[in-house]
Design a binder for this molecule. Structure first.
Ligand code: SF4
Length: 589
């Protein structure tokens, strides 16, 4: 009898990819996945430590499971990811409900640990008699035994930083990426592909170098092959992932093979002032520019190639040139600034000045911003508000940076000290919460105005939009109508399918793409209604510049048949962070 697993992911895109790889590995071993935590025998949380809020949510979910485990001692609970690595076995001491701890660099060990934990919990469940009363503290000790953790732990600690030659031990985590399953029936038309892991930057506020370890780079052949397999399975959009993605560099002369598998390599740690571009040159090196070009040229089935997250320093013109010359590489950069004050950037150990950051944006726009040929460059940023020592003057400088940078959107967060970081140990969190909140709101308001103005520049243009699913608004509407049994005929089946079609969910495989780069639209093959309660179904998608576009599925056309395709949409208006438009073609619709 297969065990049902519930896996919940917190945090970033890297975690989403880790969760996908973990589930594909567990599925291959016979585990089954459920979307309802109450139905699961195994509950896994893939956690994030970047912000305190995400960790608090996990603590509270673990508290709920502790109560449930008293009634269900065979329940297995695992904490994966950065929080497991950061907290270490102290997490199990505080929450004995947790049976498994696996850091992000040790995920390949999960199947063995899970198997051990399941066996341990079954034996504990057999020993534990009668259903217990609800108050855990008042339980007799023989029942409390059922709450003892199965104690399965895989954390890297600081070992990856001590080891000089990663290849010496063989990089088992690479096997996790290589074993990725790509079923044509189980994807949304887009996928993440990891190219680097870890980080060498040590920004003073950030836990990533401690939880994910030193920066390492995957062999280019592995990455290109993975993209090919994804394209063969119908994926048309790939996002390359790395904490500092543009630092990618693989030195072929130094490649090491263990058991027939080329090992990833450690990234270089650059000294202040060292010329990054020169260090990247050389015939036997695959640079980030070279990797982008290879994927673009060798995998034409990938209609959209994008990458996150870029580090503003060390971003060579060679990369910008490859993007400019490659029609299928998206003209979109996510390049965090974090502050508009040199003083704050120094305290954060970011390694660049505001002027250097703005110079980079100007250089990128010079290469890539070509609205006249329908290919503008859009840029997204990140800002931390209320970092230790931030004055009103620093805050105003950040507002000025937002005006100059003209981001299409910006992730703006209040600083919260993270244990284990330099800032936590050495800098007093001295900006009052109320001041942080006010500054945060001021920047959010300003960015909303900027985003709206950036969006307005697209009005009257036809944009190629990758359709991701039914919009959030209509997914909710559909669920509500299904719940009260209202809506148009066929709503019941449509509503239940609506879950699978929602932006967050899985969708049908995509259709072939024409030479013009626009999907050949399918003829309506399924009789799903395109109207709900008399209104057309609203679809949501993204431009190559990652702008959200909302448009109505045309009359007589199944919305489902458009999902996972790239279609032309004429932009009529801009509202908040979205563009509103309508499908710009009628033939075949
Ligand atoms: S570059 Fe800085 S913020 Fe980004 S992951 Fe590395 S240490 Fe963290």
């Amino acid at each position: 009898m297969p065990l049902d697993v519930y896996l919940e992911t917190f945090g970033c895109q890297m975690n989403e990819l880790d969760s996908e790889l973990v589930s594909s590995q567990l599925r291959a071993l016979g585990y089954r996945f459920t979307e309802r935590i109450d139905d699961a025998r195994v509950v896994l949380f893939n956690t994030c430590s970047v912000r305190e809020h995400a960790e608090q949510k996990v603590w509270s979910r673990l508290g709920e499971l502790a109560v449930r485990k008293v009634r269900q001692p065979e329940l297995v609970v695992g904490v994966l990811g950065c929080m497991a690595e950061r907290e270490g076995d102290g997490l199990m001491k505080r929450m004995p409900v947790v049976d498994i701890l696996v850091g992000p660099a040790e995920l390949d060990k999960l199947p063995a640990l899970l198997d051990n934990a399941v066996r341990t919990r079954i034996s504990l469940a057999i020993d534990a008699p009668a259903p217990p009363p609800p108050e855990v503290d008042s339980l007799p000790s023989f029942i409390k035994k059922s709450l003892v953790s199965a104690g399965q732990i895989a954390l890297q600690g600081t070992s990856s930083r001590r080891s000089q030659t990663l290849a010496a031990a063989g990089d088992q985590l690479e096997l996790l990426d290589l074993s990725r399953a790509t079923s044509p029936d189980d994807h949304s038309g887009s996928a993440y592909v990891r190219i680097t892991r870890g980080c060498n930057k040590f920004c003073t506020y950030c836990v990533v170098p401690f939880t994910r370890g030193a920066e390492i780079h995957r062999p280019p052949e592995h990455i290109v092959d993975e993209c090919k397999r994804l394209a063969d399975a119908g994926i048309i959009e790939v996002t390359l992932l790395g904490q500092t993605v543009n630092h990618y560099r693989f030195e072929h002369g130094a490649a090491v093979t263990v058991d027939g598998v080329t090992q990833p390599q450690k990234g270089r740690v650059y000294r202040t002032g060292e010329d990054f571009a020169d260090a990247y040159a050389g015939e036997r090196v695959t640079t980030f520019a070279g990797l982008l070009k290879r994927i673009h040229d060798e995998v034409p089935g990938i209609q959209r190639l994008r990458f996150v997250t870029s580090y503003p320093k060390s971003f060579g013109n060679d990369v910008l040139q490859v993007i400019r010359e490659s029609p299928r590489i998206c003209r979109y950069l996510h390049v965090p600034a974090q502050s508009g004050s040199d003083r704050m950037l120094k305290a954060m150990n970011r390694g660049y000045t505001v002027q250097e950051y703005l110079d980079f944006l100007a250089r990128a726009r010079e290469f890539l911003h070509q609205p006249e040929i329908g290919r503008p460059l859009t840029v997204a940023g990140d800002i931390i508000v209320g970092f230790p020592g931030e004055t009103e003057e620093d805050h105003l400088a950040t507002a000025e940076l937002l005006r100059t940078a003209r981001y299409k959107n910006c992730f703006i967060f209040k600083y919260s000290p993270r244990p284990g970081t330099t800032a936590y140990d050495k800098l007093a969190d001295d900006v009052p919460e109320e001041t942080k909140r006010r500054r945060n709101n001021e920047l959010l308001k300003l960015q909303l105005e900027i985003s709206t103005r950036v969006g307005e520049e697209f009005i009257g243009r036809t944009m190629q939009v990758f359709v991701q699913g039914v919009s959030k608004r209509d997914s909710k509407r559909r669920a509500a109508e299904a719940a009260c049994g209202t809506g148009s005929p066929g709503v019941e089946s449509w509503a239940s399918r609506g879950v699978a079609l929602s932006i967050e969910g899985r969708v049908a495989p995509s259709t072939p793409v024409s030479a013009a780069g626009v999907a050949e639209l399918k003829t309506p093959s399924e009789d799903l209604p395109n109207e709900m309660g008399g209104l057309p179904t609203q679809l949501s998608g993204r431009t190559e510049g990652d702008l959200i576009v909302l448009f109505d599925a045309p009359a007589g056309r199944s919305p489902e048949s458009l999902v996972g395709q790239i279609v032309p949409v004429w932009i009529e208006s801009s509202k908040m962070l979205s563009l509103m438009g309508r499908l710009a073609i009628s033939a075949g619709v």
